[in-house]
Ligand binder design. Structure first.
Ligand code: UDP
Ligand code: MG
Length: 341
């Protein structure tokens, strides 16, 4: 089907077929962790898609995230037959976030797509995504599940709550049901790569870098084979990562608590004084003790909150995120390096 199509990979040195404008090239990055059962089906589906898009060149980047099964052997077999296939193999399991980053870094195409290996991200949507970017002026087309059929109810419930909390705490638009499946222009990929923090939460990063994104909806599909790698506990930790990476609100929480405690202490003090003045003798013993405890713990919490504010600023600085990201510009010096060392 796709035997040694040397001309069609995305190398920057590849010459245009007809001497005119070179064809667009789409790189598809596929994170794989223990996907021996799904890879062949995935690859055949990708080949079908490429046949439906004859004007576009493709490269497939398989990222083996330290798989313990035959994933790497299968990827090597596919790569030996098809020059469009590249791969990276991690020394151990670093997680899907790291795999996506590595895939984007290795991609050479004008457009980069991220796609799961289990066909849960319908590969055919790529055709529509490409059309949306080319014809409607978007920089990015992303997939969003409209339902969660086939997923445990409790998992869907917590996922929805997470998106709500995330939106409130981070002031960022993290769309409910958003997948990592998306097609991005080169500019978007470069911007995402410029956010090089270690604890990555891509859904937040995609939103943070901005650009015009069109959300394409689809119905949830079951995995073609194998099992999900995300246990409830892993998802819970990932959601905490997401909140901590994009919001410093939890650090301000103790200040808020401190203020509440101080207000309570003042009310209690007034209440105790008034009671003492009217009935007398009632301010001794535990009422005054409670007031003191409330006031002191309130002051302490408030001060911890102030420390938290400085810590949050330091935390944001250590991420070395770019100060801004340009979508379009003309004239002047526009050679800039996003890295801030
Ligand atoms: N994946 C990965 N590293 C991991 C876990 C998952 O590269 O540590 C890949 C996995 O092979 C798949 C994609 O990420 O291609 C999505 O994983 P999965 O299907 O298990 O997640 P779900 O669809 O259940 O959210
Ligand atoms: Mg999946």
């Amino acid at each position: 089907m796709a035997e040694n199509q040397n001309k069609s990979h995305c190398s920057k040195t590849a010459l245009p077929d007809d001497g005119n404008k070179p064809a667009d090239c789409i790189s598809i990055a596929i994170p794989c962790y223990n996907e021996e059962k799904t890879l062949q089906v995935m690859y055949s589906t990708l080949c079908e898609i490429t046949e439906l898009m004859p004007d576009v060149k493709f490269e497939f980047i398989f990222v083996d995230d330290g798989s313990k099964d035959k994933t790497l052997e299968i990827i090597r077999e596919i790569a030996a037959k098809d020059s469009r296939v590249k791969y990276v193999s991690f020394s151990r399991n670093f997680g899907k976030e790291a795999a996506m980053y590595a895939g984007m870094q290795k991609a050479e195409g004008d457009y980069v797509a991220i796609m799961d290996a289990d066909l849960q991200d319908p590969p055919k949507m790529l055709i529509e995504m490409y059309r949306v970017i080319k014809e409607e002026g978007y920089d990015c087309a992303a997939a969003r599940r409209v339902n969660r059929k086939g997923e445990p109810k409790i998992r869907s419930f917590f996922a929805r709550q997470f998106y709500k909390i995330m939106r409130k705490l981070s002031n960022m638009e993290v769309v409910d049901g958003a997948r990592d499946f998306r097609l991005m222009k080169r500019e978007v990929v470069n911007a995402v790569l410029s956010v090089c923090e270690y604890n990555r939460f891509s859904k937040g990063i995609f939103s943070w870098v901005g650009f015009r994104t069109k959300w394409l909806e689809y119905e949830n599909v079951k995995r073609v084979d194998g099992e999900s790698k995300w246990s409830f506990w892993k998802l819970f930790l990932y959601s905490i990562d997401g909140i901590v990476a994009f919001s410093t609100a939890p650090l301000a929480l103790s200040s808020l608590l401190g203020i509440c405690f101080c207000i309570m202490a003042f009310l209690a003090i007034i209440f105790t004084i008034v009671r003492q003045l009217i009935w007398g003798g009632s301010a001794y013993g535990w009422p005054s003790l409670v007031c003191i405890i409330l006031l002191l713990s309130g002051i302490q919490l408030f001060c911890i909150g102030i420390l938290g504010q400085y810590l949050s600023k330091t935390y944001l600085e250590t991420k070395k995120r770019p100060i801004f990201i340009v979508r379009d510009e003309e004239g002047g010096n526009n050679e800039r390096d996003y890295e801030r060392d």
